[in-house]
Design a protein around this ligand. Structure first.
Ligand code: NAP
Length: 526
């Protein structure tokens, strides 16, 4: 019986390199890696050795013998991937580590989320390299801690991998230290050969409609930060006295928020959820969450694995309106989404709390005087442009849905950083393959690099940041080896003195102690 990849796949591709028969695809070298929603085991080639399961940092891979009933669809989802004709230009090969010549090389990394940790880890594959990871928060790991839903316990285990990375020789960190406030970008460059910005996309995109900002309207990203105990949201209150909540946008964040709003609080009490949020959820009156999408079922932004996971939740799931039948020629992931959504028509509802998927509806205003009382929706039909883009076009008909809580879940957005260029249209720092440029297509800014969402925009999964970081580090090391980086004017000790003077409360080190069992397991696989 083969192994299968399941919902919590983080796409870091550890399994690809662990597999002795090259049966997990797409690999980071293959063209469809960046567009894939997860990795897939080829059931024909799998030799059932379990090496992939051991290597996976988030326990996403399991034997088909051990799947729960809710996980059964993953057998077909994995197998289906190998039924399509797809490019297999390159077989899985570890990306060669960039070799540092003539070290020591000193690099500061701003941010401590997944993209920062993978960049640090890639740099530390080389001897004679020192990295200093810096985060404004007093705890590390960014969205791995404050973005992953608390009930996604397997995905949250990726933090243990970062604990191990943090224990490597050459790894240093400063937490509770804000770049641009306590120390400047110029000061970082004066103490290091290079600075990598791995700051993510720290704000939310706005709906831009009247009424946004009324009490009762908020961003889903703030709600996520709140239930995960982010210090910036510690004082926040969300009014959960309403029977119906509405989420605008139907990406994976919307699914996370809908699941948490409808979950049994007792089931969440064993997770890392913030105690304050748990208490609020215990008193919640929310019985229905409506997820609004401006386009149709085929354009749903959520991924197949996350939707399969939602189907296993203890909640009724209802799809309003017709779901088209899959037609030949559509992509495999759209076909899976349509089949899963159509399958809901036959699923009995049991009167539990419910999540409603509503399509072809755009919010035009939030109604209410001193707080949100409803959301005004324009009904849409779909139009396809010459390039294949499917657009929502208003039909002219409208309606108002009563609700006292509207969460906009329309994506994250990068923010400009002091002293650095910014591409406002794309919400990223302009760069080519991680080398920062003065503007899109402009001059390279020496010694400054980006990785993660601030480099490529807010898409992909935790492990996507690994190949992203490898690309950035390859460019950085090449620049170092060819003499394009300036020797820092000051030493590492000088930086410590600067931080002590400017920010005595900065926390040096900051790595969470690695669990011995995990480390042994990690070392056993390399
Ligand atoms: P997302 O996947 O980009 O989805 C954004 C949603 O907002 C889409 O439905 C989009 O509709 C809609 N939207 C955008 N502008 C809108 C507007 N003005 N009016 C109405 N709707 C609008 O964003 P996300 O959910 O924040 O996720 C961000 C990334 O994190 C994704 O790559 C996601 O997969 C990842 N993530 C993954 C997990 C996981 O794997 N468990 C969990 C959370 C997040 P259109 O499609 O019509 O533009």
């Amino acid at each position: 019986m083969p192994y299968v990849v399941t919902q919590s796949c983080c796409s870091d591709a550890s399994c690809v390199y662990a597999c002795p028969v090259n049966c997990i695809h797409p690999t980071p070298d293959e063209p469809d890696f960046l567009s894939a929603e997860m990795l897939y085991v080829d059931p024909e080639s799998c030799v059932d050795c379990g090496a992939c399961a051991t290597a996976c940092p988030v326990d996403a891979i399991t034997s088909t013998k051990r799947l729960t009933p809710e996980q059964q669809p993953f057998i077909e989802i994995n197998a289906d991937f190998y039924r399509q004709v797809r490019p297999r230009t390159v077989l899985a090969q570890p990306v060669p580590a960039a070799r540092v010549e003539g070290g020591p090389l000193r690099v500061a990394i701003v941010g401590s989320g997944p993209s920062a940790m993978y960049a640090a880890d890639e740099l530390l594959t080389q001897p004679d390299v020192a990295v200093t990871v810096i985060d404004r928060l007093p705890v590390p790991y960014g969205l791995a801690r404050f973005g992953v839903a608390p009930d996604h316990t397997k995905t949250r285990r990726v933090s243990r991998l970062y604990d191990v990375m943090s224990e490597q020789p050459g790894f240093g960190s400063y937490l509770n230290l804000t770049v641009g406030q306590d120390v400047s970008h110029e000061e970082l460059l004066a103490h290091n050969h290079a600075v990598i910005y791995a700051v993510g996309a720290s704000t939310d995109r706005k709906l831009g409609i009247p009424g946004e900002g009324l009490p009762g309207s908020a961003s889903a990203t703030d709600f996520v930060a709140w239930y995960n105990g982010h210090p910036d949201q510690s004082e926040r209150e969300f009014d959960l006295t309403q029977r119906r909540a509405v989420i605008v946008g139907n990406g994976n964040v919307a699914l996370d928020v809908a699941r948490i709003l409808t979950a049994d609080p007792e089931a969440l009490s064993h997770t890392d959820i913030s105690p304050r949020a748990l208490e609020a959820l215990r008193h919640s009156k929310v019985e229905e969450v409506v997820i609004i999408a401006r386009r149709g079922p085929a354009e749903s932004a959520f991924t197949v694995p996350e939707f399969v996971g939602l189907l296993g939740a203890d909640v009724d799931i209802v799809v309003e309106g017709d779901v088209p039948e899959p037609v030949p020629g559509i992509s495999q992931k759209v076909e899976h989404k349509l089949r899963l959504l159509r399958g809901l028509a036959d699923r009995p509802v049991s009167g539990r709390k419910r999540i409603v998927f509503r399509y072809l509806s755009s919010p035009t205003a939030l109604s209410g005087t001193d707080r949100v009382a409803g959301i005004e929706l324009a009904h849409n039909e779909l139009a396809t442009d010459a390039d294949g883009t499917v657009r929502a076009v208003p039909t002219g008909s409208t309606e108002t849905l009563d609700t006292g809580l509207v969460l906009a879940s329309v994506g994250y957005r990068g923010v400009p950083l002091p002293g650095l260029p910014f591409d406002d249209a794309a919400g990223v720092i302009p760069n080519s393959a991680g080398r920062v440029r003065s503007a899109p297509g402009g001059e390279v800014v020496p010694g400054v690099y980006v990785t993660g969402w601030i480099k490529r925009g807010p898409t992909g999964f935790i492990g996507t940041n690994k190949s992203c970081a490898q690309e950035t580090v390859r460019g950085l090391v090449e620049d170092f080896n060819t003499g394009r980086l300036t020797e820092p004017a000051y030493g590492a000790g000088d930086f410590d003195a600067l931080v002590s003077a400017r920010r005595p409360s900065a926390i040096r080190g900051g790595a969470v102690a690695a669990r011995p069992g995990w480390k042994a397991r990690l070392l056993a696989r390399v």
